[in-house]
Design a protein around this ligand. Structure first.
Ligand SMILES: [Zn+2]
Ligand SMILES: [Zn+2]
Length: 149
């Protein structure tokens, strides 16, 4: 999927919150769905569907289906951090944005709002409302730019 789903992100604090939201939407909490949620909740950063499937020893198709459902609910987002597959993450306490180094591949996960000043500058100059949660901001990390100097 290269389009961002038109669903507003939903912030949740924990598994109980996420489960409550699923119930409100009339979605049942299958074992696979709960395991996928728990894995994303425990992860340090975005995970590929393959990683989730192999960690949980679940069928990849079922993991994809569950990730898509969770994304449609606004609980999960995917990001393209390189040329690989989309990586999935829980919206959690807010939608994250990313900086990626195209020399060494370093990824910096930014807290919601950290790029607001950048966003404001782009809006003022170009009228675009930019977000870096689906595709990151790409450039050179501090180490790589030091090395280039
Ligand atoms: Zn995409
Ligand atoms: Zn770098």
């Amino acid at each position: 999927m290269t389009r961002s789903p038109d669903v507003p992100p939903v912030a949740v604090e924990d598994l109980a919150d996420a489960v409550r939201l699923l119930r409100e939407r009339g979605l049942r909490l299958s074992t696979a769905r709960r395991l996928v949620l728990e894995t994303l909740l425990a992860a340090d950063g975005p995970l590929s569907a393959e990683q989730v499937a192999s960690d949980l020893r679940l069928d990849l198709t079922s993991v994809y289906r569950n990730l898509e459902t969770l994304e449609q609910c606004g609980l999960v987002r995917h990001v393209h951090l390189g040329h690989g597959p989309g990586l999935y993450t829980l919206v959690g306490r807010g939608e994250h944005e990313y900086l990626v180094c195209d020399s060494c591949g370093a990824v910096r996960v930014l807290a919601p709002g950290e790029l607001d000043a950048v966003r404001e500058g782009v809006r003022r100059q170009f009228g675009y409302e930019v977000r870096f949660g689906h595709f990151p901001m790409v450039g050179k990390c501090p180490d790589c730019s030091d090395r280039a100097r």
